[in-house]
Each structure stands twice: as C-alpha cells, then as structure tokens.
Design a protein around this ligand. Sequence first.
Ligand code: UD1
Ligand code: UDP
Length: 369
Amino acid sequence: MYKIMSIFGTRPEAIKMAPIIHAAAKDPQLESIVTVSAQHREMLDGVLHAFSITPDHDLNIMRHGQTLQSITSVILEQLTPVLEQERPDMVLVHGDTTTTFASALCAFYLQIPIAHVEAGLRTYHRYSPFPEEINRQLVSRLSTLHFAPTQTSAQNLLNEGICEKDIFVTGNTAIDALRLTENGQYHHEALDWAGGHRILLLTAHRRENQNGGLEHIFHAVLTLCERHPDIRVIFPCHRNPMIRSLAHEMLDGCNQIRIIEPLEVYDFHNIIRHSYLILTDSGGIQEEAPSLGKPVLVLRDTTERPEGVKAGTLKLVGTQEERILEESERLLNDAAAYAAMSNAANPYGDGRASERILAALHAYFEKNA
Ligand code: UD1
Ligand code: UDP
C-alpha cells in the first residue's frame, strides 16, 4: 500500500485533480489523502462539493489582500507539520499556482518525491502569465515525475533536460473532468435571461491584466453590445474584490451584460455548451472549449496552450480594445469564420488521463520499492 497526497488550493487545480482523486479512491493499492491550502475559499469549496471530496487537511489560508509572498510563506509554515505527520510516498501537485509551487517546495525540503500534474506548459515569458510561468518552471525543477498533457508539453520538458523516463504524456485531466459534468437537459436562470440570444461568455482574472488590461476588455465588451443588440454577455465574475468592483463600476449600466457569481463547475461546463463565443484570459477554459467546439478569443498576449490555437479553436487577441472588437465582430458577422473556429477538436486527450497517471505512479512505486 502506497500513500499519495494530493495538494491544491484554487478552483482550477481542484477541478483537474478531482478525477485523479476519484480514481485513486477506487484503487486498493493506494491510500489517497487530500490536503487543501484553500488559497481560494468559496471557489474551492464549490468544486469540492461538486465532486464530493472531503479534504483530510485544510490549511484554510485565504485572506483578502493576500500576496504572493504571504501565500508562499503561510503554506511553507502550515504544510510542514502535515507532511511530517503523514509522510506520503508521493505528493501530487497540479499546474502553476502559488499553492502548487509552495507545496512542491515544502515537500522537497522534506525530501518527499513530487509528481507534477499538467507539467511542461510554457510561454517562456517570465511575466506572462505572472507568476504562473515561473511557478511551473520551478515545479519542474523540484519534481520527480512529470505528467505532461500533450506531446508539445513533454517536448518542452525534454528540451529543458528532464529525463525521458520521468515524463509521461497522459492527456489533460480537464477532459476527464468534463466527462463528469455533461448534461444534455441543462437549464440555468442565466440562460433564461439570455432568452435565446447569442451568448458571449466572459471570464477575466489574470494578474497581468489587472494593470489596465481589464478596462480595455470591459470597454470592448460594452462597444460590442452597443453594436450588436442581439447579443447577451454572461460574466461569472471571479471573487477578487478588485475585479468585482471594476466590473460593476464599468458594466452595470448595460442591460445586455449580466455579472453573476462564479458558477459551480457543473454549471460552467454546461453554460459553455450553450454559448456562442468565449472571451477569457483563463488557462483551463482554453482546454475545455476546444473539446466542446466553442471558439475562444484569448485575452492575453501569450498562451501556454498552443495546441488549441493549432486546432483552430483558440485565437490569441491580447487586451487591446480594437483587436478584441475586430476578432469578436468577425465571429459574430461571418458564418464561415465562425464555423472554421467551432470545429470540435480535442488536442488534450481522451478523458483517461487519470488512469495513465495512476499507472505511472504504480510503475514508479514498484520500481522504487
Ligand atoms: C489564483 C492563481 C492563478 C489561477 C487563479 C484561478 C496564483 C498566484 N494565482 O489567482 O494562477 O489562474 O487562482 O482562479 O496562485 N477570493 C475570494 N474567494 C475565493 C477566491 C478568491 O474571496 O474563493 C478573493 C480573495 O480576496 C483573494 C483574491 O480573490 O485574496 C485573489 O485570490 P488569489 O488566489 O490570490 O489570486 P487569483 O487571481 O484567484
Ligand atoms: N470555472 C468554473 N466557474 C466559473 C468559471 C470557470 O467552474 O465561473 C472553471 C472552468 O470550467 C475551468 C476552471 O474553472 O475548469 C478555470 O479556472 P480559472 O479560469 O479560475 O483559472 P485558470 O484556469 O486560469 O488557472
């Protein structure tokens, strides 16, 4: 029996770790423990509830106004006794948040091996996305096993000198999670409000967009609404108070825009399915939308998900108002351009990434027993 500990703290990590935790719970040779930092509180709890996960340890660290430094230092302090008490055979972390980095560093200090889920994503721009690009590069240095979602991400790791035998191309567990939330008979009050109009689904939260980028995005969306009375914008707004107050200040006057609370993952996945177009600076949504055949305009200057761009479903448009308008209008007005971007292509796997991750863990444990 081997003990694994999954450690995560934010909404996207929880969504993409949930399928692994479910699979591990059914594995008689694994003892699976869950520790959450709760870097996010409400947004994490929604996912835990949706996937029926009860953490064994909850560090409950979230504070309004938390900084990268405060998150890192609190996790290092509070995770240490938990790891010392549990002494797992492997720690699993996901992606590139500050919880991911600080937890991996803490495990490394205690010489506990680390498996990195969603490894090898890169932009090679240190401040874009910030701080995620450097977080994930550092976690690659700290990890023993690397679960790369695609061949492209595996190649990045190989280029950085990581041993081929430690890299596993698994697919992305985001696709495993999508399979858990599908519902053909879906209803939601925000969809009723949209009343059959074309829906633009908007999300925005990146730190590098909090310095002017968000204002440009919101201006572009307001102009789009003026020019297209037939669209409705649904904006499930992140709980970051700065983003919320700016969003309400700028967008409340427009009756084609609906700012709502962050959606539970089940609702969000199904609302993607009913949307016409997605405008987002999110990472995870860039993985989900291609597999659902929904065009995404990525409100960032870089992406670590070139597979979706290559598949034709994602387009990188940055945060300049003119460009957002131009690309959105093309998709609203030109049926051929829309059709070209809405072909469901799925570069992120077959929904069986969790199985492959567990198989690789078993192989590692057997070899190192
Ligand atoms: C974090 C991650 C980012 C990830 C994002 C997913 C870092 C540095 N950033 O950014 O990589 O893309 O999560 O959403 O790790 N808040 C609440 N309730 C919640 C969640 C957040 O009130 O459930 C508020 C708090 O005031 C908190 C603030 O949002 O201080 C910012 O949260 P934080 O985790 O620091 O940054 P995110 O932008 O969410
Ligand atoms: N998501 C959600 N509710 C929302 C918005 C997003 O459940 O209101 C899900 C989405 O389906 C995806 C994940 O949250 O799985 C993306 O999280 P986020 O954009 O916060 O972080 P990122 O992926 O950029 O790190």
